[in-house]
Design a binder for this molecule. Structure first.
Ligand code: SF4
Length: 765
C-alpha cells in the first residue's frame, strides 16, 4: 500500500484526497480528506469514500471497438480505428463542410485537461459547434454575465464563509455542495447568532433545516419572489444609491419598473407570507455584507435566464458586490468558457433552431433537431467525449432516434455508456486515476488554487489519455506531421534552468512560419516538449507527465496577466520566468497549490465594458420582467410538479455505473408528500406510474414530508444499463421534453416538469 494525493471527481468542489493504493492489485483502498489541499483542507463528504466504484467495474473499456452491422461491437486496433475514423471525418468535411460536425462534452466534474487536446478536433473539422452539458445548466447565467459585465467569462462566486447575510435560492449546498466545505460552512453559519441564513426552496432541505428563515415557495415562482423582493427594496428606498451611481449604468431605466411591481400579487403567487418576504428583503438590503448563492433549482426552473438576472440584481442594487462577504468575480486558470456575444454575429447559428452559442457552447436541448434537420446543412458526424447525452439530455428516446441518423458517431470514454452503445466507434480513455488530470472549475476568490492530479494506477488494457488519442487522430487526418525533429531536439537539449521557455519560443517561431499549425499547439507541445517534462514525483510504471504540458502555456499567460497576485501567492520570478516557476510548482505539488492572491477591490478590474461599469439595463430581461405581469397561472392539467434531478446522498454524475456504489436509495425513489400519497392511494415503498408529456416511468414511492404538497422529486444520475442490462433506477429523461425550456438559452426546465402519478395495480394503499 502507498498513500497518494488526488481529488474527488464527483462534484465541482473537487475536494483534495489522500488515497491508499494497493500496488499489487492496482486497487484503491482507504480514501480520506487531504489536509494539505489548499482549498478543501481535509474536508470531504460521504460520496468520496466510494470512488473505487468509478475505477473498478464491469463496464470499463479496455480496447477500441467498432460496431458491426448487427449492432454488436468488435475489437479493433488503435491504428485501424483511428485510420478509419480519420478517413470518414475528412470525407464528411470535404463533402459537407464544417457545419456537418459537432463535438460534445470534453470533461465533467474532474477531467478538463483532455479538453486542450479534444477541442483541436473542431479546428481540424472547421467546425465551431461544441455542445456541452454545461449548456443545459448555466448558459443563461453566462449570457446575463456577458450583458452585465461585458464578457460571458465574467463568472461570479460568493463569499458565503464571511457574509453577515446569506440568501440561498434554489440550492441545497448540504447535498449539492458548490460552496467551500459546504457542511462545515453551513453549520458555522447556522450556529452564529450574528449572521443570518435564508433559504428559498419548495423543499425543507437539509440546508433549509439549518436556516433562520425558510421561504417554502411554490415551485417555479422564484422569479416572482425575487421580483417582489426587488420591488420592496426599491419602493422603500433600500437600494444603494451611492454604489449604483459610482459603479453601474442603467438603473434609472429599471427603477420605474421595479418600483411599480405588484409586490403583494407576486408574493401571493409564490405562496409565502408577505411579512416574511418583507423581513428578508429589508434585512438583506440593510446587511453590512450579504451574498446570494444559487444553483440548478433556479437555473433549470421556469424563467431560467430571467432568474439569473434577478438574483444578480438583488446583490447589485443593494451594493453587495466586490467586497469581502459579498458576491465577487474569480479568476480562471483553464479557459473553460468563451465569450460569444450573439449581437456581434461572429459565431455560427445552428441550421435548424438558428441557435447561437453562449460562452462558446451550444445547448444539448436542440441537438436531436439539428441532426434530424431536413436540410443539406444538417449535423452528420459527432465525437462525444466524457459525456453521456443519450441518458443526460432531455428526451432520451429523441436522442436515440437522432444518433441513429448520424453518419459517424465516435465516443471517447472510460466506460461503455448508453451513448457509447449507439456509436460507430468507441475509444477507451484512461480513467481519471490513471492519467494526469485537472479541473477547470476553480471558483475561488480572492485566493485561487489549482491542482494537477498525478496518476495513481497504471492504465487499463489499451486505454489511452486524451492527449494521445486526439494527437494521433490529427496525425491520421493529415493535420499534423508525426515528428517535429527541430522542436524535439530543442526541447531535449534545453537546460532545466530556462523553464522550457526556449521550447515555447521555438514553437512560436515554427507557428509563425506554418500558421496552419497554430490551432494544434497543445499536440505539438505534447509531442515535442511533453517527453522532456519531468518531475521527481512521477512514479515508475505510471503515465509520464507529457499530457500536462499545455499547463505551461496557461501558467505563462496567467502570470503575465496577474504578476503581482501570483507573486503574492508565493511564486517567484521575473517577467519572463514567473509563469514557468508557477508551472513547475503546479507540476511538483500533487496536493494542489495556491496560484494567486487578489484583493477584493480587484473585482472592478475584471469588468470588461469599456466604461468599467456594470450595465444593469438589459432590454431582453426588462421585457421578460414586464412579461411576468401578464403571465397566466401554470396549466393545471397535470396536478403535480416533478423536480427531475434531485441531488441526494447517493447520487452523483454519470461516472458511477455500478449500482452497488449506493448505500441507500437503490431504486432512486420518487419522493412525494404524505398528503399527496394518501389522496392518490399510494404507500411508502409502493410502485406507481409517473407520467409527463415526455413519457412514463415506473417508480418506487417514498414518502417525504419535507416536500411541498403538489411536488414530487426524482434523482439524477440513475438509469445506467450496467453490463448492458435493464436500467438501474429512473431513466429520468424519458420524462423530460426538449421544448419545455428557456426561450433564450434553451435551458431545460427540469426542475418544473408537470406530471401525474398513479398507483400501479395492487401497488397502492
Ligand atoms: S462529492 Fe463530496 S467529497 Fe466529492 S468533491 Fe463534492 S463535496 Fe467534495
Amino acid at each position: 500500500m502507498t498513500t497518494q494525493q488526488t481529488a474527488c471527481i464527483l462534484c465541482s468542489r473537487n475536494c483534495g484526497l489522500t488515497v491508499e493504493v494497493d500496488e499489487a492489485t492496482g486497487r484503491l483502498g482507504r480514501i480520506e480528506g487531504d489536509e494539505l489541499h489548499p482549498v478543501s483542507k481535509g474536508y470531504l463528504c460521504q460520496k468520496a469514500a466510494r470512488l473505487a466504484h468509478y475505477q473498478e467495474h464491469d463496464d470499463r473499456l479496455e480496447h477500441p471497438l467498432r460496431r458491426k452491422p448487427d449492432g454488436s461491437f468488435a475489437r479493433v486496433s488503435w491504428d485501424e480505428a483511428l485510420r478509419e475514423i480519420a478517413a470518414r471525418l475528412v470525407a464528411i468535411r470535404e463533402r459537407h463542410g464544417g457545419r456537418a460536425f459537432a463535438f460534445y462534452g470534453g470533461g465533467g466534474q474532474g477531467n478538463h485537461l483532455g479538453g486542450a487536446y479534444s477541442r483541436q478536433l473542431g479546428k481540424a473539422m472547421k467546425s465551431r459547434f461544441v455542445y456541452s452539458a454545461l449548456a443545459q445548466e448555466k448558459t443563461g447565467d453566462f449570457w446575463v454575465n456577458g450583458r452585465l459585465f461585458g464578457d460571458q467569462r465574467c463568472h461570479l462566486t460568493e463569499d458565503v464563509e464571511h457574509a453577515e447575510f446569506v440568501l440561498f435560492i434554489g440550492t441545497n449546498p448540504f447535498q449539492a455542495h458548490g460552496i467551500p466545505n459546504a457542511r462545515d460552512t453551513l453549520r458555522e453559519l447556522s450556529k452564529s447568532t450574528t449572521r443570518t441564513m435564508v433559504v428559498v426552496d419548495p423543499r425543507k432541505t437539509e440546508t433549509a433545516r439549518l436556516a433562520d428563515v425558510h421561504l417554502q415557495v411554490r415551485p417555479g415562482t422564484d422569479a416572482f419572489l425575487m421580483a417582489a423582493m426587488l420591488g420592496l427594496i426599491v419602493r422603500e428606498g433600500l437600494h444603494d444609491r451611492a454604489f449604483l451611481a459610482a459603479r453601474c449604468t442603467g438603473f434609472e431605466a429599471l427603477e420605474q419598473e421595479l418600483g411599480t411591481l405588484p409586490v403583494e400579487d407576486y408574493v401571493r403567487r409564490a405562496d409565502v407570507a408577505l411579512a416574511d418576504v418583507e423581513r428578508v428583503a429589508r434585512a438583506f438590503a440593510r446587511a453590512r455584507t450579504a451574498c446570494v448563492r444559487i444553483d440548478l433549482g433556479l437555473q433549470q426552473s421556469l424563467h431560467s435566464t430571467l432568474n439569473s438576472y434577478l438574483e444578480k440584481l438583488l446583490f447589485l442594487v443593494t451594493g453587495h458586490f466586490g467586497r469581502a462577504g459579498c458576491n465577487n468575480f474569480h479568476t480562471s486558470f483553464m479557459p473553460i468558457l468563451g465569450n460569444t456575444d450573439e449581437r456581434l454575429g461572429k459565431h455560427p447559428r445552428t441550421a435548424h433552431h438558428q441557435m447561437f452559442p453562449i460562452a462558446g457552447l451550444y445547448p444539448p436541448n436542440i441537438l436531436p433537431d439539428e441532426i434530424e434537420h431536413p436540410g443539406e446543412d444538417r449535423l452528420r458526424a459527432m465525437v462525444v467525449d466524457s459525456a453521456n447525452p443519450a441518458l443526460t439530455g432531455a428526451d432520451t428516446a429523441g436522442y436515440a432516434r437522432a444518433f441513429a441518423r448520424l453518419e459517424l458517431l465516435v465516443v471517447v470514454d472510460v466506460a461503455m455508456s448508453e451513448t457509447a452503445r449507439l456509436a460507430h466507434y468507441v475509444l477507451p480513455a484512461a480513467s481519471q486515476f490513471e492519467k494526469w488530470e485537472a479541473t477547470g472549475f476553480n471558483l475561488e476568490f480572492p485566493d485561487q488554487a489549482f491542482q494537477l492530479r498525478h496518476p495513481l494506477l497504471p492504465r487499463r488494457g489499451e486505454s489511452l489519455p486524451e492527449a494521445e488519442i486526439y494527437t494521433r487522430l490529427l496525425e491520421e487526418m493529415g493535420e499534423l506531421p508525426r515528428r517535429f525533429p527541430v522542436l524535439e531536439l530543442i526541447a531535449r537539449r534545453e537546460p532545466a534552468a530556462t523553464g522550457h521557455l526556449g521550447a515555447i519560443a521555438a514553437l512560436g517561431a515554427a507557428i509563425a512560419t506554418r500558421p496552419r499549425w497554430a490551432p494544434y499547439a497543445a499536440s505539438i507541445l505534447y509531442r515535442t516538449l511533453g517527453p522532456a517534462l519531468s518531475t521527481a514525483r512521477a512514479r515508475p510504471g505510471l503515465e509520464p507527465p507529457a499530457a500536462a504540458v499545455p499547463l505551461l502555456a496557461l501558467a505563462l499567460a496567467y502570470a503575465a496577466r496577474y504578476p503581482r497576485e501570483v507573486r503574492r501567492a508565493g511564486h517567484q520570478g521575473n517577467r519572463l520566468t514567473l509563469g514557468s516557476a508557477l508551472f513547475r510548482k503546479i507540476l511538483d505539488t500533487p496536493q494542489g497549490t495556491l496560484i494567486s492572491r487578489h484583493d477584493f477591490a480587484d473585482a472592478w478590474s475584471f469588468i470588461a465594458h469599456d466604461d468599467g461599469r456594470i450595465h444593469l439595463d438589459i432590454p431582453e430581461m426588462r421585457g421578460a420582467l414586464e412579461a411576468l405581469r401578464r403571465e397566466p397561472p401554470p396549466d393545471a392539467t397535470r396536478p403535480l410538479v416533478l423536480l427531475a434531478g434531485e441531488r441526494r446522498s447517493y447520487n452523483a454524475n454519470q461516472i458511477f455505473r455500478d449500482p452497488t456504489w449506493r448505500r441507500v436509495d437503490r431504486d432512486g425513489a420518487l419522493r412525494m408528500h404524505p398528503d399527496d400519497a394518501r389522496a392518490l392511494g399510494l404507500v411508502d415503498g409502493g410502485r406507481a406510474l409517473c407520467s409527463t408529456d415526455g413519457g412514463e416511468l415506473t417508480v418506487t414511492i417514498e414518502l417525504d414530508d419535507a416536500l411541498r404538497p403538489g411536488m414530487v422529486t426524482l434523482p439524477h444520475g440513475y438509469g445506467q444499463r450496467y453490463r448492458g442490462g435493464a436500467p438501474h433506477g429512473p431513466e429520468l429523461n424519458r420524462l423530460t421534453v426538449r421544448a419545455h425550456c428557456d426561450p433564450l438559452a434553451r435551458t431545460p426546465f427540469h426542475k418544473h416538469v408537470p406530471a401525474t402519478v398513479r398507483a400501479l395495480d395492487g401497488a397502492g394503499g
